[in-house]
Design a protein around this ligand. Sequence first.
Ligand code: S3P
Length: 421
Amino acid sequence: MEIKKLTNLHGELTVPGDKSISHRAVMFGSLAKGTTKITHFLEGADCLSTISCFRKMGIDIENNSGEILVHGKGLHGLSAPVDILDVGNSGTTTRLISGILAGQNFVSELTGDDSIQSRPMKRIMTPLLSMGADIASIKGNNCVPLRIAGHPLKAIHYDSPVASAQVKSCVLLAGMYSDGITSVTEPVLSRNHTEIMLNYFGAQVTSEGTTASIAPEPSLFAREITVPGDISSAAYFIAAGLLVPGSEILLKNVGINPTRDGLLRVCKDMGADITLLNVNMEGEPTADLLVRTSSLHGTTVGGEIIPTLIDEIPMIAVMAEGTTVIKDAKELKVKESDRILVMAENLSRMGADITPTEDGMIIHGGKPLHGAEIDSYLDHRVAMSFAVAGLLCDGPLSIKGGDCVKISYPEFYEDLYRLGE
Ligand code: S3P
């Protein structure tokens, strides 16, 4: 994929629906009684994997170009899958669905692509096993493929060693099929879409500090859901709008849930000109973001903010000016690629001064970036971050595997070039 240069970006854009919320809407809609209607659903490959898994378990899901109807059958309405469940590249599908499958009355198997087959699943197997679940890694390496023989579970309190919404959600979902109140405490609060949406569907989920608890056997009822624009997809346009000279863009209806808005806080710290308009704090908070070219300076990103921007760190690494330090972000190593090494390798190829560390990276920004051949390692967030870098550098930039943007943003390049001149 060759990146075309743009001299400035102007106009309005509605980014696709939030990936995390789209997954959950399909999953919880499947476990609710009645028809859940989802608008502005993200038709990225990951969310389509979730749809395909629930279809294989007998749920009728209609997809009318972004408007989804999920004909849910209730908490105990899934049937034994007709086939192995293919989660594709999706960590969210794998980890959340495992919590659900652990409490069913049938056996299932999960598989996926090479990337997902190397990502850690022990983090969900440990709490599920202590709930009495029968879950095993078929190759014995604590990765996908997994075999799960569902049955009723024991309620637990789980102290999670990682701040991970996927782990938290897995345990809460399994908790619905357990014999009491199940709770999870995490070291730092991660995204809370599961808690918000399960309550909206009629479950009893409470949150106090970094602990979330759920009551068993909820009756979930179908709902209408409008998915907000994904701040993780907006991130590339925020960065491009700030960095490409002479730009002014309006990103409409972007999710600004405080457990996801760390990028906005970091941008502000770096001196960015971003104005929030039409702020709506009901349910999942949203706003329009007016982004204007700004001159940025360095910052340190670490501690409690990390889970609120974990998927935006590749983009922040490209944006870094002055001296920018990213720390406490070891989780980057176990994403769709090792994002610490992959960002350091590719940014170095473009002439950046970047040093990978154990839990992040140190970037001395301001060095002119030049064209290069970048390897996305089939990681969608790496590809999109370098597409923005390609707008800023001298000389041509090409991205190996640039098509992988289809995982979370199928129309990414079209949207980028539409806003540019
Ligand atoms: C997600 C949680 C995050 C994030 C991922 C989506 C979710 O992962 O990186 O893209 O939908 O719950 P972790 O929970 O593993 O940090």
